[in-house]
Design a protein around this ligand. Structure first.
Ligand code: URP
Ligand code: ZN
Ligand code: ZN
Length: 469
């Protein structure tokens, strides 16, 4: 199938120019002015932006968590992603305690088999190096294209690891060329604060935020940075929310250490006012680290502008409000942690980042596509529009308006963190390796079209199509 995209404004992390794009055999084969070629499909992109398909480095689809399972499976989550212009994501395999990494991989691959709408890779969340996976097995994961190890420094009694496991994983990463990712919050301290709150009879959702203070995030962030430096491993801090965590990351980066940070869309827009909403509505905003006071919104915009933070993900971890969040109706600590977001990252960052004059279009592409692709071994196959890259392309209409609602979204959850927000600018056509995924507000392709992508090791490029179906 060949595709000719005519006259669009091509925006990458580095460039911004008007040209035609010719796609053949799933890749971009030619970019030039007034290309005179026949194609199976011609898309008129005049007045539109031609963006690389976005890459979301942080999602949780079909994941058992908090006594239930996230409501979006691979098909519904990836459908939501496609409508939001995301054509590749990296999901977390969670190693169940006592289980080998191989068993966990087989389990996650079976959840995706035949259901993929977009391309995907996996991180490995390490929970157990004693009874479950061995250091040798951990070291072998990059050979399968799983080139990042994730550790939770919070969720005591569930996913949390101790500093020994954290440090041993970092040592393995320094040998194997994997990137270490951390959920940085001090889980021991949070556990004490949660118990104290419950003993005092404080059960409402707001106590989720009040028992996970910014200092707990700042301390864990700094600890992870120092330990990764000691081990000689590159570090990526996920879902950074506040000044206390931004500052140690910025400092490490100024020193030239191999440290990167990500924030997520919701941390620019949700706050303590949301989680304090009455009648249990605040539970919609229970995710970790928690919503912060609004002064942190500007901290985060400054951080993504200055490159203290280098990526914006969604941490899409969707639950129903009615039926799943309600597990914690009488005890905030039982509310499953996580929120939806895969569909609206581009809408929200374009509206309130680019249109509001906070970041440039190039920087938006860098934060949502190019940097995630580079950091997670997908670039230049993903994350840019260039000859030889996968033809993952978003034809974006910067004039079209949309009101974001749960009723019109593609996620299976029953609420939206940005309900009622009006944005100007939406994806019009979304291509995955030259195949039309979304057009005229319809999903055109069938599940099964997405592929597993074996990612390159940290700092290495991914060029050839090394997918395993
Ligand atoms: O609350 C959240 N963020 N849930 C997903 C798991 C995680 O911590 O990333
Ligand atoms: Zn986390
Ligand atoms: Zn997460």
């Amino acid at each position: 199938m060949s595709v000719l995209i005519k006259g669009g404004r091509i925006v990458t992390a580095a460039d911004d120019y008007v040209a035609d794009v010719y796609v053949e055999d799933e890749t971009v084969s030619l970019i030039g002015e007034s290309l005179d070629m026949s194609a199976d499909k011609v898309i008129d992109a005049s007045g539109k932006y031609v963006l690389p398909g976005l890459v979301d480095p942080h999602t949780h689809l079909d994941m058992p968590f908090g006594g239930t399972t996230t409501i979006d499976d691979v098909e519904s989550g990836q459908t939501a992603a496609a409508f939001g212009g995301t054509t590749c994501h990296v999901d977390f395999i969670i190693q169940p305690q006592g289980s080998s990494f191989a068993d966990a991989i087989a389990d996650w691959r079976s959840k995706a088999h035949g259901r993929q709408v977009i391309d995907m890779g996996y991180h490995m969340a390490v929970t157990d190096l004693d009874e479950g996976g061995s250091l040798e097995e951990l070291a072998s994961l990059p050979d399968e294209g799983i080139t990042s190890y994730k550790l939770f420094m919070a969720y005591k009694g569930a996913l949390m690891v101790d500093d020994e496991t954290l440090f041993r994983t970092m040592e393995v990463a320094s040998e194997t060329g994997a990137l270490v990712m951390v959920h940085a919050e001090n889980g021991d301290v949070i556990d004490v604060l949660v118990r104290q709150a419950l003993e005092a009879g404080n059960t409402d959702p707001i106590y989720h935020a009040l028992t996970r203070p910014p200092e707990a995030e700042g301390e864990a962030t700094n600890r992870a940075i120092q330990l990764a430096h000691l081990a000689g491993a590159p570090l990526y801090v996920v879902h950074v929310t506040c000044r206390e965590a931004v500052e140690p990351i910025a400092l490490a980066r100024e020193k030239g250490w191999d440290v990167w940070g990500e924030t997520c869309t919701q941390y620019f827009f949700n706050s303590l006012d949301d989680i304090a909403k009455p009648d249990f509505e605040g539970a919609k905003y229970v995710y970790s680290p928690p919503v912060r006071d609004k002064s942190n919104w500007e901290v985060l915009w400054n951080a993504v502008r200055s490159d203290a933070l280098s990526a914006i993900s969604t941490d899409h971890c969707a639950f129903l409000w009615d039926g799943q969040k309600t597990l914690g109706k009488d005890d905030f600590s039982k509310i499953p942690n996580g929120g939806p977001g895969l569909e609206n990252r581009l809408h929200m960052i374009h509206e309130f980042g680019v249109r509001a004059g906070r970041i440039s279009l190039n920087r938006m592409v860098e934060l949502l596509a190019t940097n995630p692709a580079k950091l997670f071994g997908l670039y230049p196959r993903k994350g840019t529009v260039a000859v030889g890259s996968d033809a993952d392309i978003v034809v974006f209409d910067p004039e079209r308006t949309l009101t974001i609602t749960a009723a019109s979204q593609h996620s299976k959850t029953d609420y939206n963190l940005y309900e009622g927000t009006q944005v100007t600018g939406t994806p019009e056509v979304v291509l995955l390796r030259g195949n039309v995924l979304v057009e005229a507000d319809e999903l055109v392709a069938s599940p099964g079209i997405g592929q597993y992508v074996a990612r390159a090791r940290f700092g290495q490029e991914l060029r050839a199509n090394t997918s395993v179906a």
